[in-house]
Ligand binder design. Structure first.
Ligand SMILES: Cc1cc2nc3c(=O)[nH]c(=O)nc-3n(C[C@H](O)[C@H](O)[C@H](O)COP(=O)(O)O)c2cc1C
Length: 352
């Protein structure tokens, strides 16, 4: 069965223009990543986790505050926490900031998060998980989505019990990353479980895990009946993968295209996080963009030791001067201004 990845689908009243969703990734899904994802064909993008604990105490370590721009929609903003009342309050704030969907994280396996009773650990406490979904769904008018793992321990099938309960509690869509929390990111995502979940619920299911190519996306959609695939690591430093998955466009980007996208990404991230935070945050992206045989390895090593993003930019442009006109075109396309700042901190932890 061939699935048209350019076909739109719906989560209640929200139209999602393609069947590819860009994954929420802590430390990655900054605004530049989400906007780029939309430009390259993701039908829906998702923020990093924002912490509803920020409502009560503002002393945790955070990456900064979330900005929402006009060209990100449809946008899901992900919240995490364990207290239904605080989660409902966070959901209201997230919607006021412009979220088209509120996504709840029941997948984060990181100890700093699970020890507070949030993230994946809620899969072992279905009553509380259901209470959170119900409180959030009651608090907001937009659809509520839940992102979860298969369960806490290897071989767990907990998602098949909890998933239908969460739909009953008000979830309008479920995203399943069918690895256990214990597995973190090892092994493979077992999408046979995704197919089982699809057969148990009457809301659209998004399949997350190991989708890196069009062929894989097609086979996951065809064999699971999921409404969409989510792409995470495959899109790190590689928005071209999204275009390839959605449109079947093959061919590697030119060096000029890579440099233009990376420089735009740098500039937008500096604007979002400030120079000091952005300079260290961005280092991992240099390897992601410049790897895959696009530039010699040594070039990346030269960039990561530089202190300022301006110096990085200078070297990048020197390596591919033809990137400048492309960069100008990109900057003209990206709308500026009319942004909303969400008064909830982005968690530095995260995962799912
Ligand atoms: C660095 C990193 C950070 C992540 N952070 C989050 C997060 O904050 N919330 C979440 O629900 N999932 C998070 N995830 C999980 C991804 O959304 C996705 O489910 C997972 O990586 C599997 O998809 P992939 O194989 O396409 O990467 C994270 C994954 C990675 C690699």
């Amino acid at each position: 069965m061939f699935v048209d990845l350019r076909e739109s689908w719906w989560i209640r009243g929200v139209e999602i223009p393609t069947r590819v969703v860009l994954a929420p990734m802590a430390g990655v899904s900054v605004q530049a990543f989400r906007r780029q994802g939309r430009r390259f064909g993701a039908g829906l993008v998702c923020s990093e986790m924002v912490s509803c604990a920020g409502i009560e105490h503002r002393n945790e370590r955070t990456l900064g505050y979330l900005r929402v721009a006009a060209d990100e929609h449809p946008l899901a903003i992900q919240i995490f926490g364990s207290d239904p009342r605080a989660m409902a309050e966070a959901a209201r704030m997230v919607v006021a900031a412009g979220a088209d969907l509120v996504d709840i994280n029941f997948g984060c396996p990181v100890r700093k998060v699970t020890k507070t009773g949030a993230g994946a650990t809620l899969l072992d406490d279905p009553a509380r998980a259901g209470g959170i979904v119900e409180a959030v769904a009651t608090a907001v008018d937009v659809p509520v989505s839940v992102k979860m793992r298969r369960g806490l321990r290897d071989g767990s099938r907990t998602c098949l019990e909890v998933g239908p309960m969460l739909v009953e509690a008000g979830a309008a869509t479920l995203t399943l990353h069918p690895r256990s929390a214990q597995q973190m990111y090892t092994g493979t995502a077992d999408h046979a479980l995704t197919a089982e979940l699809v057969s148990l619920v009457d809301v659209p299911v998004i399949a997350s895990g190991d989708v890196t190519s069009r062929a894989k996306a097609q086979s996951v959609l065809a064999t699971t009946g999921a409404a969409a695939v989510m792409v995470g690591r495959g899109a790190q430093g590689n928005p071209w993968a999204i275009r390839q998955i959605v449109d079947g466009e093959t061919g590697e980007p030119t060096r000029e295209e890579v440099v233009a996208e990376l420089v735009l990404f740098i500039r937008e991230t500096v604007r979002e996080l400030g120079e000091r935070r952005a300079a260290s945050f961005l280092k991992k992206f240099y390897g992601w963009y410049l790897g895959r045989g696009r530039f010699p390895r040594q070039f990346k090593q030269e960039l990561v030791v530089l202190d300022s993003t301006e110096e990085v930019e200078r070297l990048l442009i020197a390596a591919a001067p033809g990137a400048l006109p492309l960069l100008e075109l990109l900057e003209d396309e990206v709308p500026s201004g009319d942004e909303v700042l969400l008064d909830l901190p982005i968690s530095i932890y995260g995962g799912g």
